[in-house]
Design a binder for this molecule. Structure first.
Ligand code: ATP
Length: 268
């Protein structure tokens, strides 16, 4: 019973790239997302993160290389921006049903799973950045996708809200075993909750565990001083040390992940 179970691959990109209008938007992308795995794409503006995510969701076909999906793969997508007519009143409940019919109990369960059940009747326009993101996660997860793609999931959220959202993303992964692809501008706190980081700059610059990437010369060259300050911020706000794989040093159950609120001290 102790055999290591190979997790099912959901999607594989091999040498994938997109050309448009005589330009290469991104190329040479090799990546695999397995069930229950969190993969994060980082890179500066225009480095090809969204283009790569679009190849994963299937919105864009690769013009170079291949994309192979598990048969019947379902993908949930949380966009960077939602095109909503912000002048019309819209409740969270209504937003949840704009793109599909769901029973009230399903909607409540989806909101409960992201800690947002109390927002059911709230006006979308009045939500905070973090609350809005939670509602968008619920909207994507209600379809129980195999793979969840999150484009800049913490935009417009303050630092403590950001930490809470990344914890929620990990919790979603733990409870649903969905594969998760995240897009982020830089490593920052994202590194605490991700299995594999892929650093893009028109092509794959470097990849590996967050700890491997944060010390790689390619990453440091790309992000320069920002890399150091993001790291300092990350380390400053923790009251414990991590093993190289991100687990807490001295955690009671050995290498158990421990990212609950009680284990952290975060500045507010
Ligand atoms: N539809 C398109 N047609 C032509 N060029 C595009 C198109 N979409 C994006 N690009 C270009 O492709 C490159 C990669 O863009 P992409 O949106 O993937 O970058 P990104 O890393 O997600 O950037 P950001 O962090 O700013 O969101 C950019 O140079 C962009 O201008």
């Amino acid at each position: 019973m102790n055999a290591i179970v190979q997790r099912e691959n959901l999607i594989t990109l091999a040498g994938a790239g997109v050309r448009s209008g005589g330009r290469v938007l991104v190329e040479g992308v090799d990546l695999t997302i397995a069930r229950g795995e969190i993969v994060t794409l980082i890179g500066p503006n225009g480095s090809g993160k969204s283009t790569t995510a679009k190849m994963v969701t299937g919105v864009l076909k690769p013009s170079i290389g291949t994309v192979t999906r598990k048969a019947g793969l379902t993908v949930g997508y949380v966009p960077q921006k939602l095109s909503i007519d912000w002048t019309l009143p819209l409740t969270v409940e209504r937003l949840m049903t704009l793109t599909g019919r769901f029973a009230p109990a399903e909607i409540i369960a989806a909101l409960e799973a992201v800690g947002a059940a109390r927002l059911l009747k709230a006006a979308v326009q009045e939500l905070s950045g973090g609350e809005f993101q939670r509602v968008l996660f619920a909207r994507a997860m209600i379809r129980k996708p195999d793979l969840l793609v999150l484009d800049e999931p913490v935009q417009g959220v303050d630092f403590s809200g950001e930490v809470a959202l990344y914890q929620l993303i990990r919790q979603i992964r733990d409870t649903t075993q969905a594969g998760i692809l995240m897009i982020s501008h830089d490593l920052h706190v994202v590194m605490a909750e991700t299995d594999t980081v892929i650093c893009l700059n028109g092509h794959v610059c470097c990849r590996g565990t967050p700890n491997a990437v944060k010390t790689s010369p390619e990453y440091l060259r790309l992000f320069g001083d920002r890399a150091g300050s993001a790291l300092a911020l990350y380390e400053h706000h923790h009251d414990h040390e991590h093993h190289d794989d991100g687990c807490v040093v001295g955690a009671e159950h050995g290498h158990e992940h421990h990212h609950g609120h009680e284990g952290h001290k975060h500045a507010h």
